[in-house]
Ligand binder design. Structure first.
Ligand SMILES: [Zn+2]
Length: 101
């Protein structure tokens, strides 16, 4: 699926602090790497997408302290998010049917 046509069900309002370090929670420093561990990957913790004046952003919720942050999304991060849903690992979209599977 093209990131320019993000499904409505994955859209949410713009929220969270803009963060330069994509995978590290600015509050508790938990590191959400691409490797799956008890906290999940970055893609597993995405809460949704929104358009901003900077382009499409992806919002993340820290699985430990629930702080929310956002950063620029790209096709790769969106693909990772869709894969996470397809694998049943995505924490905020469990059971969502992914028609792109
Ligand atoms: Zn945190």
């Amino acid at each position: 699926m093209n990131i320019k046509q993000i499904d409505l069900k994955y859209r949410t309002f713009l929220q969270g602090k803009h963060n330069k370090t994509i995978s590290i929670c600015p509050e508790c420093n938990i590191n959400l790497t691409s490797k799956r561990n008890k906290n999940g990957t970055l893609a597993d913790n995405v809460i949704g997408y929104s358009d901003s004046n900077l382009g499409v952003v992806e919002m993340i919720e820290c699985p430990k302290c629930f702080f929310r942050w956002k950063y620029h999304a790209n096709q790769q991060t969106y693909n990772n998010f869709l894969i996470s849903i397809a694998n049943g690992k995505q924490k905020h979209y469990k059971g969502v049917k992914n028609e792109n599977k």
